[in-house]
Design a protein around this ligand. Structure first.
Ligand code: HPA
Length: 250
């Protein structure tokens, strides 16, 4: 079963049929994880709004363990995560998308593992390649189909390194210069520990990242939420079309 994790701008999936609302209890949170079973043509998938319904949970307070455990309990074996990001790479213009193949985790104070010696014994996963290559390819193929069938014409960066910062504040210009020196191409706040928790439960995971602003100091303009939301609205049309295509091929 495929799951889509929606981020900022994708708290609700439009144009799909809601089949069932689900609430899953996990050992990792008092509150149940709320998800939706979605129909698309004759296929179905699970949708999880990462920030909760109505986008109320900030990146550093998301219960990533509960989210991934709930998806695992539902029998999810593959995840396409949608992440809004700031662009560091000069070619990654706001409004375009990337499918990262590497990441660096700068976040802290998050519950990062199921293997904490309590509910599960201590274990160290291989995370050399943090994203599933088969899922990455599925996303990339879907972007090609959507670009060839529609007039949307969205630029796609086929690889790149995702930096996960703690948030919720945006970065300083010096922090972004450091991330650039580290080889990061984009920056977001929600990519980790989501990706590694999925790997711990042997769920294939990859990300479709939408560039919504130039990262701090990359342009002279101030970063405003108004500008970000405008880019998000435009980009989510392409992202929804890509999701539809991925689901149809599943
Ligand atoms: N930094 C961190 N996270 C983000 C950004 C950014 O510039 N844009 C969207 N998510």
């Amino acid at each position: 079963m495929l799951a889509i994790i929606g981020g900022t701008g994708l708290s609700e999936l439009q144009g799909f049929e809601q089949l069932e609302k689900l609430a899953i209890k996990t050992p990792y949170a008092r509150a149940k994880v709320r998800l939706v079973r979605i129909g698309s043509g004759n296929k179905e998938f699970i949708f999880l709004p990462r920030h909760g319904a109505g986008h109320k949970i900030p990146p550093h307070e998301i219960n990533y363990r509960a989210n991934i455990a709930a998806l695992s309990d539902l029998g999810v074996t593959a995840i396409v995560a949608v992440n809004a990001v700031g662009a560091i790479h000069g070619d990654f213009l706001p409004g375009s998308v990337a499918v990262p193949d590497q990441l660096i985790d700068y976040s802290y104070s998050r519950d990062v593992s199921f293997f904490d010696g309590k509910l599960k014994a201590v274990h160290h996963i291989d995370f050399t390649n943090p994203y599933s290559e088969p899922i990455r390819q599925r996303i990339l193929e879907a972007t090609e189909v959507v670009n060839s069938h529609s007039k949307m014409g969205c630029e796609v960066m086929a690889s790149g390194t995702y930096a996960c910062t703690q948030g919720p504040r945006l970065e300083t210009a010096a922090e972004i210069r450091r991330l650039a020196r580290d080889g990061c191409d984009m920056v977001g706040m929600t990519g980790m520990p989501e990706a590694s928790l999925a790997r711990e439960l042997e769920i294939e995971y990859a990300s479709l990242a939408l560039s919504v602003n130039w990262a701090a100091g990359m342009s002279d303009a101030a970063i405003t939420l108004e500008d970000i939301h405008e880019v998000l609205e435009g980009g989510m049309e392409f992202v929804s079309a890509v999701i539809t295509e991925i689901v149809q091929q599943s």
